[in-house]
Design a protein around this ligand. Structure first.
Ligand code: GUN
Length: 291
């Protein structure tokens, strides 16, 4: 078994971006600028946004953060988005999900200018991705593709089983793994909560990508010898022995599955850091598109 080390790779990618930004600075041109909108006080979302801003500082991007109360109306949130759509100093921005229940997530995503949608969630960008046109790719699937590429994992002709069909991970992942190119060229099975006899698919898979949010779900007897295992699950599990009061748990029963896998991502330290690095790459793309 070999580890797909997201921490190491993300560091390399962030270092590459940092050097590019230093070049911009040396030439006296403005640097890329990323914004993040956070609605409410969900602990995990706050951490994600804090980390995105920290990453901007590290690579030398300018960043803006807008924190809004969870009582904000959909109309007022969309008015804030409009302001950022029209702010010429801002290259791209994200609205952290999930949003409070009274807000229609679809309406909010549709309100973002597709040219600034560095999450790649807008239907126009999602459609471009599906058609293999250059666009912003959702950061988590993009990070997984980048990881497979940089570790030279051969995906051509392989059977990839994706678990979960969310708009953020599972569905775009299934599209990217079937695209024409390597990584890609996979025969993809997209499984979800209504799939019957899931094990029948995972047992046959050369590559399993799980994004379910159920700690320890994927057991060793559900995968074949030599499979590549990518774990997107990142659930907070109560843990009194941890100073934070919780630990992060993946979807994979790591200690047992690792004995059968050829390559496997740990949690934490696998997909998560790659996701963060890819948001920076998307911001660079928005910046370069604007130039
Ligand atoms: N919530 C969980 N993942 C993401 C992400 O990649 N982008 C946004 N905006 N919200 C998320």
């Amino acid at each position: 078994m070999q580890i797909l080390d997201g921490i190491k790779l993300a560091k390399e990618i962030k270092q590459e971006i940092k050097e590019l930004v230093q070049n911009y600075k040396d030439q006296g041109v403005r640097v890329p600028h990323l914004g993040a909108i956070l609605v409410g006080s969900n602990g995990a979302s706050q951490t994600y946004v804090d980390n995105k801003i920290k990453d901007c500082h590290f690579v030398g991007f300018e960043s803006s953060e807008l924190r809004l109360p969870d009582t904000i109306s959909q109309e007022d949130l969309i008015a804030e988005i409009e302001k950022w759509n029209n702010d010429d100093t801002l290259d791209g921005f994200i609205v952290q999900l999930p949003l409070p229940k009274h807000i229609d997530q679809e309406a909010v995503i549709n309100a973002i200018d597709p040219k600034k949608d560095v999450d790649g969630f807008h239907p126009m960008n999602f459609g471009k991705m599906a058609l293999e046109m250059e666009t912003f790719l959702p950061a988590t699937p993009y990070g997984i593709m980048e990881m497979l590429e940089r570790y030279n994992i051969d995906t051509t002709g392989k059977h990839t089983v994706v678990i979960g069909r969310s708009r953020i991970v599972g569905r775009p992942m299934s599209i990217l793994m079937s695209k024409n190119g390597n990584p890609g060229n996979s025969t993809v099975t997209l499984t979800h909560s209504k799939t019957q006899n899931l094990e029948q698919f995972t047992k046959e898979a050369d590559i399993v990508i799980t994004a379910l949010g159920v700690p320890g779900f994927l057991k060793a007897d559900m995968v074949k010898d030599g499979a590549v295992i990518v774990d997107v699950g990142i659930t907070r599990v109560d843990d009194e022995t941890n100073p934070r009061g919780f630990r992060l748990a993946g979807d994979v029963d790591f200690d047992n599955v690792k004995e059968k896998a050829s390559w496997i991502t740990p949690v934490p330290g696998g997909v998560g850091p790659m996701t963060r690095a890819m948001l920076l790459k998307n911001t660079l793309l928005a910046y370069n598109n604007k130039k």
